[in-house]
Design a protein around this ligand. Structure first.
Ligand code: TXA
Ligand code: MG
Length: 329
């Protein structure tokens, strides 16, 4: 049972950020913008707050969370950064890259947040509101995307409210997020580096810094109770409508999620058309992905046809999210 809360929305400014830090310090739940998607934050060192967070999201309890930090010294307090981790952090932090690392000795993050693993996911977001909030709190903040488990990730404050009103204390509204897909997650543990989740930093750029290829996560449906590569549930980013990928035509009554200047056959009959990027720019497409999917889903069509999207650069993350959105459930 979830206690019913009065969720307040406040515009991001120094006063509201200070208030958000107080709410977190007191064990509350605060949604805040990052450059990727809105996160639902809780004090990572407070097990009760983390438990409330899982309950508010309705999240499988063994799916571990990302600890967000404002700077490198805070990262080193919770995790061990060796050579490759240091190089990636120097190049991409702050930014949409999460590193899964060995926990530091005496890591203060609650065991619940890391699902009892001896590794921890760490990220330094590149968003002024997020960084000011983290700096003001002076503790790591765990923050999954601020949506109900299995729903689309929010890229605006009203998306957060649609899912979590009455379940969280505060939403800090910082406008639309810019990257639009979640961070790339790379595990740097005992074996070779592994790309656990494609995201805001393209694989190629990470491989260039590491001077080696990234391994791939295991495919397919993964048991959330056995978090070998948790968070890789096949059906995850889920609109209500069926999602039909690599569409080369539009069926009558379908909505179309387009990409690029050339629309497929039947588009003129589409119930609604949104274009991720009319010019075919993958960065723009990533930023629009979740809000466009959400808008088409709101049109209450039974099916959304999605045009093919190239796999290079941010296209890998976009295709990954679309595949999850289309997975049978
Ligand atoms: O862009 C983002 O990363 C957003 C914003 C809010 O920062 N956060 C986000 O968090 O996407 P979330 O909880 O939706 O995704 C976290 C992913 C999950 O797939 C989880 O299984 C994985 O990180 N993860 C966390 N800790 C891990 C660990 N120790 N080992 C492997 N995977 C881990
Ligand atoms: Mg999520």
């Amino acid at each position: 049972m979830i206690e019913k809360l009065k969720t307040r929305v406040v515009a991001a400014d120094p006063d509201s950020v200070a208030e958000a830090a107080r709410v977190l310090m007191a064990g509350g739940l605060v949604a805040f913008p990052t450059e990727t998607v809105y996160g639902l934050g809780a004090d990572a060192t407070n097990g009760t707050a983390v438990a409330k967070l899982y309950a508010a999201k309705g999240r499988p309890a063994f799916n571990p969370l990302i600890a967000h930090v404002p700077d490198l010294s805070s990262a080193r307090r919770i995790a061990i950064l060796d050579g490759p981790a240091d190089r990636l952090a120097a190049k991409f932090w702050p930014g949409p890259l999460t590193l899964v690392l060995r926990k530091s000795a005496g890591c203060p993050v609650s065991e619940l947040a890391t699902a009892g693993l001896d590794s921890i996911a760490v990220r330094m977001p590149n968003h002024k509101v997020a960084r000011d909030l983290l700096a003001a709190l002076g503790r790591p903040v765990v923050a999954p995307s601020a949506n109900r488990s299995g729903h689309l990730s929010p890229t605006a404050a009203n998306h957060v409210l649609a899912d979590l009103e009455g379940r969280i204390d505060l939403v800090v509204d910082g406008g639309q997020t810019t990257v639009g897909v979640e961070s790339t997650i790379v595990a740097l543990l005992d074996g070779p580096p592994v790309l656990l989740r494609p995201g805001g930093v393209p694989r190629e750029e990470i491989e260039q810094v590491l001077e080696r290829e990234l391994g791939d996560p295991p495919d397919g449906e993964i048991d959330p109770e056995a978090p070998l590569a948790p968070g890789m549930l096949a059906s995850h980013y889920a609109p209500r409508a069926r999602v039909r990928l690599r569409a080369e035509h539009v069926d009558p009554g379908e909505a179309l999620l387009a990409f690029g200047p050339h629309l497929p056959k039947g588009s003129e009959h589409a119930a609604r058309v949104l274009n991720l990027s009319p010019s075919g720019d993958l960065v723009e497409a990533a930023a629009n992905l979740f809000s466009d999917l959400r808008a088409l889903d709101a049109a209450e069509v039974s099916s959304i046809a999605v045009m093919p999207i190239p796999l290079e650069g941010l296209g890998e993350a976009i295709n990954d999210r679309l595949m999850r959105a289309s997975a049978p459930r």
